[in-house]
Design a protein around this ligand. Structure first.
Ligand code: ADP
Length: 297
């Protein structure tokens, strides 16, 4: 499968330019869309699932314009929206059964067996008879992914699925998503949590203020930040002056001052030692880099 996002813009009626000339291409597997709140992730996801029209630009799935083939696209799509909630008083399995019917699964027997298979997959089989609105936050989110998966979608769009989950549930959710990549599906995962992006993502994009500031593999993101992360040992006075000029990503108190890490295009002096960046460092580097570039423009 190939998804191409071409020259996409979204300007809301109040003038907010939420997406600015987005161009991305990715295929089967997991694609991570990372960016801070307000970056434009949900806007892009809503356009992707045809709940909203772009102001300009197109999205092609295997060469077909999604706006012109909405029905076909929706049949191959599973979507977990950011604000996924239950408004109905249904048991957990009933909710999923209902979602299956909505997804076009007409054969009741097949549907019920699929419901239990999915409940098992997301670890909710034991609570199948509990009211869905009485599930814990993490369980609700897992039921959300189950409803996105029912009907065998080939494209799965999950918008900020781990927000508000505790670390255990976050890991659990991430594992469910990575297992899905074994099937022949395309998963689009939007998140503001750097830790949600892992090597399971074949591709990723960093979105900032409506613009793509990086696209490529997570390894590439980290590699590109190489040589731009430094460790410095500073006195309190030096610390104050460095703080003014550089973006500090960590500060540890040491015997006679501070050990800090900064991201910077060039070595910041102070006997700075280059360090190998991790993905968090790389994220900060790209975000800062772009903000500075925008100011210079
Ligand atoms: P994210 O999902 O990354 O947090 P959003 O796509 O929700 O970002 O928002 C991107 C920008 O568009 C933000 O500045 C937000 O305030 C704005 N925005 C989102 N929805 C609307 C709307 N319905 N009307 C006007 N502006 C909006």
């Amino acid at each position: 499968m190939k998804i191409e996002i071409l020259g996409l813009n979204k300007i809301y009626p109040n003038g907010n330019h939420a997406l600015k000339d987005i161009n991305l291409e990715f295929g089967t597997g997991m694609f991570g869309l990372l960016g801070p709140n307000g970056a434009g992730k949900s806007s892009l996801m809503r356009i992707m699932v045809t709940l909203m029209k772009p102001t300009s630009g197109t999205i092609l799935v295997d060469g077909k314009d999604i706006q012109k083939n909405r029905k076909e696209l929706r049949q191959m799509l599973g979507y977990l929206p950011q604000d996924f909630r239950f408004f109905t008083a249904l048991k957990t399995w009933e909710f999923l059964d209902y979602s299956g019917a909505l997804a076009g699964m007409k054969n009741r027997k097949l549907r019920v067996s699929e419901v239990d298979r999915l409940l098992d997959q997301v670890g909710l089989l034991e609570v199948r008879d509990r009211m869905a609105n009485k599930l814990s936050g993490g369980m609700k989110r897992r039921l959300g992914i189950a409803q996105a998966l029912i009907g065998n979608p080939r494209i799965i769009v999950v918008d900020e699925p781990t927000t508000g989950l505790d670390p255990d549930e976050r890991i659990r959710f991430r594992n469910i998503l990575s297992q899905l990549t074994q099937n022949d599906v395309t998963i689009i995962l939007s998140t503001h949590i750097v830790g949600d992006i892992s090597s399971t993502c074949q591709g990723m994009a960093l979105l900032n203020r409506g613009e793509v500031v990086f696209s490529g593999s997570p390894e590439n993101l980290v590699r590109n930040a190489g040589g731009h992360v430094f460790r410095l040992n500073l006195s309190t006075e030096q610390y104050e002056s460095v703080k003014e000029r550089y973006n500090i990503i960590s500060t540890i108190p040491v015997d006679n001052g501070w050990e800090v890490q900064v991201v910077s295009d060039d070595p910041p002096g102070f006997n700075a030692i280059p360090v190998i960046p991790n993905i968090e460092d790389a994220y900060v580097y790209f975000m800062e880099h772009k903000i500075k570039a925008t100011i210079i423009d």
